[in-house]
Design a protein around this ligand. Structure first.
Ligand SMILES: *Cc1c(COP(=O)(O)O)cnc(C)c1O
Length: 421
């Protein structure tokens, strides 16, 4: 929805109504709420005309009481779905106990979260951030610092075609999508793009200045593209032979989404640095970058990096609790079972689609349905029938439901998508 601000001001905004004292729900219907939001927010998203109010399990409810089956999960964030009592009780208890200390001091939640993340990631040291893009910034800085401290003179990054690593200047510099980049150039220098899943193209870009290779083991925004084992192992080998660090961006594909806790575990290609965010906080804004001891030894040290909020007691409580719940409820087994079911149902759907579906791609509970054209009309129709699905690039429907999704909900999704195709 594009909102013309002038028109809105003239025709729709009764100044008296804008008096903040009158601003409560009783006075505002849905349209007014949307108008007011658009009046005050910077317009960088085109949102559908729905206002969400609360959630439960795999469903969201709007202010008019309509129910939506959610196969987006806040962009692969809400792994435990909505309203998980155990998770929420832990957050509430932490709010009452201690919300923030800054990173100048230790706090109890930090110990739990750092222990949990290093253990499940296979990394040795972790740094908490507030978002995915900040985790990428930290990973890039870690690699540059490592090369600098070793005196190698290396500073170049090799990133991949169709990559997405975030919207801050460093993360944007390693994100290939030209439309996201152009208005903000010049970005940081020393970045080259190889073709994802094409080892020769990576090899061709390596020089004695290459500091790190950054990739998503399974690309999310770029259209749900899993890296092949052959490619990932080949990249690891090139890194080892040439003294280059491998950075794995697990922000979207990590945290059990593919059926492994982290997607790199599928190929066994362990990175030197990895980034996490999205599902690690189940909706609490938190990210992290982590590294092996070998990198940490030469990398960021006191004075090199920091954050006021990053890994505050609330964020750390969320991370520690998410990991605890994932393990206690064996979420990996559930993702593998549901992932196989989802894939089987999608294959049926493709077979019946008369060529409309050209390709299925993905792993576990991150699946893409590629259509023979743009998916915008399909996602719009689905929303009007109570199903939330989002795209990954123009022609792929991205399915990233809460990891607690059940077969009935997969069936419900498939039948709505079928109607919409
Ligand atoms: C979402 C995403 C990011 C950026 O995370 P934000 O929290 O939005 O800054 C980076 N990398 C990947 C792979 C992502 O999916």
């Amino acid at each position: 929805m594009i909102v013309n601000k002038e028109l809105m001001n003239k025709e729709l905004m009764n100044k008296e109504f804008m008096n903040k004292e009158l601003m409560n729900k009783e006075f505002m219907n849905k349209e007014q709420m949307i108008q007011e939001t658009e009046e005050n927010l910077l317009h960088v998203y085109n949102r559908p005309g729905i206002v969400f109010d609360h959630g439960e399990g795999c469903y969201l409810y709007d202010t008019e009481g309509n129910r939506y089956l959610d196969f987006a999960a806040g962009i692969a964030v809400c792994g435990l779905g909505y309203g998980d009592a155990e998770f929420q009780d832990a957050l509430k208890a932490q709010v009452d106990k201690l919300l923030h200390t800054s990173n100048l001091f230790y706090h109890t939640a930090c110990a739990d979260a750092a222990r949990a993340l290093t253990r499940i990631s296979g990394m040795d040291r972790v740094f908490f951030t507030n978002s995915g893009t900040e985790a990428i910034e930290g990973a890039l800085k870690s690699a540059r610092k490592y090369a600098w401290a070793k005196g190698t003179g290396r500073y170049e990054f090799i990133a991949m075609s169709d990559s997405f690593h975030g919207r801050s200047m460093g993360a944007l510099s390693v994100t290939e999508h030209q439309e996201y980049r152009t208005p903000f150039e010049p970005l940081i220098s020393g970045v080259k793009f190889a073709k994802f899943n094409d080892l020769e193209s990576v090899k061709a870009l390596i020089t004695d200045k290459t500091c790190a290779i950054i990739l998503e083991p399974l690309q999310g925004e770029g259209g749900i593209n899993p890296g092949t084992t052959e490619f990932l192992q080949g990249v690891r080998q090139l890194c080892d032979e040439n003294g280059i660090l491998l950075i794995a961006d697990e922000i979207q594909c990590g945290m059990a989404r593919t059926g492994k806790m982290f997607a790199w575990q599928i190929s066994g290609v362990k990175p030197d640095i990895m980034t996490m965010a999205k599902a690690i906080g189940n909706g609490v804004p938190v990210g992290a970058f982590a590294m092996t001891e070998e990198v940490a030894k030469y990398s960021l040290a006191p004075g090199d990096h920091g954050t006021t909020y990053g890994g505050n007691p609330l964020a750390c409580t969320a991370v520690a609790k998410v990991v605890e719940i994932f393990e206690k409820r064996n979420i990996l087994a559930h993702v593998n079972e549901m992932g196989a079911y989802l894939r089987a149902r999608l294959e049926e759907l493709q077979a019946q689609s008369g060529g409309r579906i050209t390709e299925l791609r993905g792993l576990g509970l991150i699946q893409g349905i590629r259509l023979n054209g743009p998916v915008g009309e399909v996602t719009k129709k689905a929303l009007s029938r109570g199903l939330i699905i989002i795209s990954a690039r123009a022609d792929v429907i991205r399915l990233v439901p809460p990891l607690i999704v059940e077969k009935e909900q997969i069936d419900e999704m498939v039948s709505i998508v079928k109607e919409c195709l």
